[in-house]
Design a protein around this ligand. Structure first.
Ligand SMILES: Cc1cc2nc3c(=O)[nH]c(=O)nc-3n(C[C@H](O)[C@H](O)[C@H](O)COP(=O)(O)OP(=O)(O)OC[C@H]3O[C@@H](n4cnc5c(N)ncnc54)[C@H](O)[C@@H]3O)c2cc1C
Length: 389
């Protein structure tokens, strides 16, 4: 038996012994590490998977990860899918902050921050954007004043996803006002610290997934500095590559024309065994082909990133994903016709209300993780080597 076959058998046995059958094909709507709090079988599963390190299969065992090779991780994914199992642990910690720590942090910091991320015990949020610093992020003004053993932070962040529920924030802060890029440091802070105030922002979708965060004389120990003082810009940018990789990667897993055919059958109707509207049939087929091509390309990028680290070329995929997802949502609303105007009321079912909110949410796809324009500028400069960008 090859090593990989033996590993497959080991995974299968482990899943049989540890994955509660009651959860089969019932992933939670939110993950631990993103604010979800579980009970019963879901909590048992989170603890078991986290303890095994298979929530982050390729991270080193010394920090609590699975220590698997990419091929083994693929086997694990396949076997989990076959068993109807899923990873209930995720969030900024596993997608961006953890991978960045593995690349740049000290041993002490890796041992301190990574195990709780792997188990999904801690929910991290990302403090980058400020009212005057979005695309031009390095203009940020929130100031961390160096007082010897600690920093004192004053200022504010905006669009901070999940800040209301988060336990900790990693972010970039100004530590030298006389320099732009060389005056920024990468710092973590406990959201329960005195002087941290979070105000939710209401969105067009009717939800408040992100917030303003205000800092008034917040004391942060020096040990929470990642990398060197005033060298945080490079770390902050590196993390963004992981963010775009994560957006494109999770897009790859979910890249389908999911629900379009079923919705067209219900709302438009059939002509024999074909959809009644020929033009719509072609558009859905086109969307399915795009989703398949995207998924294959994104998987290739993910495999390459596992070997060489994330590349600035990931911006291409991030932009492609945003367009594909927005097109899919638009198509769904068109298919639904007047039902696509659903906002509230008993005449609409939950699925219809959900589709409309999801369509509105997709407007943010071309802004979050860096806007399309900014990603394309980066591709022009760092991938194509074009001057003047
Ligand atoms: C759903 C969502 C979640 C988010 N979560 C977080 C989070 O958790 N933490 C966090 O820190 N931030 C978060 N953000 C903020 C996000 O990173 C910023 O919105 C984004 O970087 C754009 O910045 P801005 O909103 O200030 O727009 P601006 O920078 O003001 O840009 C406005 C417009 O001008 C264009 N533009 C700007 N500069 C250029 C240029 N040089 N060339 C061409 N066009 C340009 C932009 O493309 C955009 O269309 C989130 C945003 C969204 C939508």
């Amino acid at each position: 038996m090859s090593d990989l076959s033996a590993f497959r058998a080991e995974v299968r046995t482990w899943l049989q012994e540890n994955f509660p059958p009651s959860l089969q094909n019932k992933p939670p709507s939110n993950q631990a590490g993103r604010g979800a709090k579980f009970e019963g079988d879901m909590e048992t599963w989170r603890l078991r998977l986290g303890e095994k390190g298979w929530s982050t299969p390729t991270w080193p065992v010394e920090y609590g990860g699975g220590g698997l090779s990419d091929k083994q991780a693929k086997v694990l994914r396949e076997e989990m899918r076959a068993a109807g199992a899923f990873n209930p642990i995720g969030g900024f910690g596993t997608a961006m902050f953890g991978p960045t720590l593995l690349d740049v942090a000290t041993e002490e910091q890796k041992k301190r921050y990574l195990p709780p991320i792997i188990r999904g015990d801690v929910h991290w949020c990302q403090g980058y954007s400020e009212p005057g610093a979005g695309s031009d992020l390095a203009s940020l003004q929130s100031f961390a004043e160096d007082r010897g053993d600690y920093f004192v932070i004053n200022g504010s962040k905006i669009w901070t996803s999940g800040a209301k529920e988060a336990d900790w924030m990693y972010g970039i802060f100004r530590t030298d006002k006389s320099k732009k890029y060389e005056g920024i440091s990468f710092i973590c802070l406990d959201m329960k610290s005195e002087g941290v105030e979070v105000k939710p922002i209401m969105l067009i979708s009717g939800q408040s997934p992100f917030n303003e965060v205000f800092f008034t004389d917040v004391v942060v120990p020096k040990e929470n500095l990642i990398g060197e003082k005033n060298k945080g810009w490079a770390i902050g940018k590196h993390l963004l590559l992981h963010e775009r990789q994560g957006i494109a990667g999770s897009g790859a897993m979910g890249a389908t024309a999911y629900g379009l055919v079923e919705a067209a059958r219900d709302y438009i109707g059939m002509n024999g065994d074909r959809l009644a509207d020929g033009a719509l049939r072609e558009r859905i087929a086109r969307q399915k082909m795009m989703a398949h091509a995207f998924s294959q390309t994104a998987r290739r990028f993910t495999s390459e990133a596992a070997v060489h680290g994330p590349s600035p070329a990931i911006g291409i995929l991030k932009v492609a994903w945003a367009k594909m997802n927005q097109d899919r949502e638009e198509l769904m609303i068109e298919i639904m016709g007047s039902r696509g105007l659903a906002w509230k009321g008993e005449e609409f079912n939950d699925e219809e209300l959900g589709h409309v909110r999801s369509w509105l949410r997709s407007k943010a796809n071309s802004i979050e993780g860096g806007s399309n324009e900014v990603n394309l500028n980066l591709v022009a400069k760092r991938v194509l080597g074009l001057k003047g960008y």
